[in-house]
Design a binder for this molecule. Sequence first.
Ligand SMILES: [Ca+2]
Length: 202
Amino acid sequence: MAGNAEQIGEVLVLTPPMRSMVGAAFATHEEWPPSGWELSTEFRIRDGTDRRADGIAMVWLDLDRAGPPEWSGWAGGCMGLWNGDAGGMTGWAIELDTFHNDVEELPGIVDPDYPHVSVILDGDLTQPLAVGGAPMLDESQWQRLVVQSRTGHLEVRIDGASVLDLEDWNPPGDRGYIGFSASTGQLYNRHEVRTVRMTALP
Ligand SMILES: [Ca+2]
């Protein structure tokens, strides 16, 4: 657990609804089935400012290329995937992005002005591997996120609807910590996750 994250009962609160927060938490399990896996969890984005920000990311920290996660992200945006001068997290992430960043302020960032789901490599938000829409991200209630990762296929579903489906997927790294991160900036929400379940794919 890092930054402003805390556990309250069975809920992992990644950020409280306050400005410039960043929080993350990881399971310390390292080895995942080579046939692939499915992550199923619930998340909730609520409270805070009328315009929502910034969102939640499911993160795979690549242990073949990086040590254990001492990184604590960057408060101010980017869901904790980017740490200013220290660069991005090492690995890949699925971002559930609720805030349209000012692309003039952050040149090169590809940030559609609707809630979206992206695949991010090494924290580089300027070049998402894929972007999908997720108009159902802002419900203020628990929503189910399912991520299936296997060689040749990455799929993200929210409340049963497929929001991103990538056939040409070569998961980087065999050993990783899986977790979640979130951040806020001038605008903010409470970002929460609960009941994470991992299943091996056949
Ligand atoms: Ca954004």
